[in-house]
Design a protein around this ligand. Sequence first.
Ligand SMILES: Cc1ncc(COP(=O)(O)O)c(C=O)c1O
Length: 385
Amino acid sequence: MKGDPSSRGFSTRAIHAGQPPDPRTGAVTVPIYQTSTYAQSELGRHLGYEYARVQNPTREALEANVAVLEGGSSGHAFASGMAAISALLTMVKAGEHVVASQNVYGGTYRFFHHILEGYGLQFTWVDSTVPGNIESAMTEATRLVYIETPTNPMMEVTDIAAAAEIARAHEAILAVDNTFMSPYFQRPLDHGADIVIHSTTKFLNGHSDSIGGVLVAGAAEHGEWFDFVQKSVGAILSPFDSFLTLRGIKTLVVRMQRHEENAGIVARFLNQHPGVLRVLWPGLPDHPGHDVQRRQAGGFGALITFDVGTYEAAKSLLDRLEVLTLAESLGGVETLISHPASMTHASVPAERRAELGITDGLIRVSVGIEDADDLVADLEQALGG
Ligand SMILES: Cc1ncc(COP(=O)(O)O)c(C=O)c1O
């Protein structure tokens, strides 16, 4: 694609941005540059590539692509979503403070609480659905506001623009984990966020066959820091995983549309089922975050959380499923279903899970792109009629 990618539509950008035909052969797909180093023609002369921890053309193509999709100035790909989050947290030093959404992904909580607190970083966990809670938690030492919206697994929606305003007023950075939405539905930088995080393991790659993470920075100085972190820490994404993720992103739009259509069908089915106590999906009009979600995102996504009351009821449902796959993770073409209390959020202490509403009867579904009728029929038989 020639010309400025930002002048093209989202689908065109997803397929072409960062991926001009290979200059040597004209290959339309970015090759997997499976090399650790690059020959230099004479001392001090090279083609801009010296060592693959620092530069790799396949990874660069993915980074450029995601940066364009999120509307940022640079992208940085890491070996996992958690590696991306670790790179982000190098912006916060001992003695500084972070305000974080209270029910972020369990692994993020584990990293912040069990590792970073030991290095002298301070965290205040807030219900960020109420912007005033973020404001009251800010201190002189606050360097970062860290939110996930919607959250995992309670589907709480935070107003990104309101959080950005608070962070800016306190000269702090706002980082948003946009994994659940993907840039197709939500672009946090447009609402004033400074940095976007993705576990590319999820919707961006979309096929449950790669682990990866990306940071997209709005400001050039943040991008330069992440370049330095990639080079110094080295938790970069491999060329093969970069290739898979680039390939996944080419179909992001059609997948997200189908994911959401199916999610709506499944959410409405669960919502009227007598065995289901409550359904959390931002697309349902009675969801507390519905209006904010409508305002700041182009859709509601494919994650649904529902409560069947008890651990026994959850186990009986999960054991009987035939089409939905019981597995951690989300965002793949196949429908994945999980039990947060014993799986993704097992590292969150039981009392804290109770405070957050992560009950033993809670189930999370990442609705895939199979035939919606098959998904509903499977849930119906597993729920017992
Ligand atoms: C919202 C969110 N952020 C980050 C992560 C971590 O990503 P990864 O598993 O790629 O390290 C996950 C993983 O489930 C997640 O759901």
